[in-house]
Design a protein around this ligand. Sequence first.
Ligand code: PLP
Length: 406
Amino acid sequence: MRDIATIRDEFPILQRTVNGKPLVYLDSAASSQKPQCVLDAIQNGYGQSYSNVHRGLHTLSEEATDAYEALRGKVATLINAPSQDEVIITSGATMSLNLIAQSWGRAHLQAGDEVLITVAEHHANIVPWQLLAMEKQIKLVAAPMEADGSFDLQTFKNYISPRTKLISVPHVSNVLGTVYPVAEITALAHEAGAICIVDGCQGVVHMPVDVQAIDCDFYVFSGHKLYGPSGVGVCWGKMAILQDMPPFMGGGDMIDDVEIGMSTFAAPPVRFEAGTPPIVEAIGLAAAIDFVLDIGMDVIRAHEADIIKYAHQRLAAVEGLNFIGTAAGKSGVVSFTLDAAHPHDISTLIDQDGVAIRAGHHCAQPLMKFYGLNSTARASVGIYSQRSDFDALAEALEKVNRIFSA
Ligand code: PLP
């Protein structure tokens, strides 16, 4: 493997300073930084092979189409999908979840049916179900988490009822870092006659994913958290389920034949990709997938596990710091509060030392309310993170403590 210093050198932004200090970027869960190969792919996509895809018969359109379409095969390799035709290219995880709700949900859920999630969902896995509930009178049920942020399968099981038709859970919580047992959850869903969606936004970036081993029905994620551009994401679904789903948006590309009276629709995945897609964004994401596969998802997981363990040890020494989420095997994020200061003040003050973390509800307001909080500070890691980032964070937090005790 390339050592971490070499990998860091591939991210131009990590060379810059912020407020006169070297940048310490601990906000990768919100969006990761981009390696040079992704920047080059974007530059090349616009600078050398750009045209609209699918409809052209000239060289540039064919090159752009091939490069855009190549993303499906890369995604299939990354998540071990049986077929690249099961890979729908979307604008991001939020669109992927809305697509499933508006297409599968509208077609298959009836009044009284239940959708089961947990209290730890990102709003993107809550609000699409609420919008559908307003229209279809379905019920949204949220299972609790444990006090330490862990997920208990037995507790979760109690929330499955004969009316449960869909279970949708994160692979990894974006606030707690808890890794959900998604294969076991999928097995419970299938036993109950429900389908299972895995929101893989914070999963696919940190660990190997095998959708066939998980056996989930959908796996969704966003490109910008996986070292790729924003504006592109993935909705992977089992082909038999996709074939049984109506289009969710109408327009160019997604049709077979159009009459003024009625149209027939293309087969998946194109059925769900109406209009000009995120062409160069998809090309950038394909480069990002090459980048992580070249390093190896096992290597990324091991490196980040070491950083997360060190982060907990180092931050535990900061006076008045309380961790939010300490489940065994957690991944990617370290959420905390500080007795002395509000998370927003922490984030603003440590930015003066070049340390970038996120503070707020992290688009997980029900989880904040569940733990009686309105916000947390959150440091999150990527492949370029290093132990010294958490030394810098701990020192900056000690400074915050000194400011507030003065
Ligand atoms: N799900 C999880 C777990 C997330 O962390 C995020 C983003 O933070 C999303 C969904 C939504 O992703 P996007 O805003 O890229 O669509």
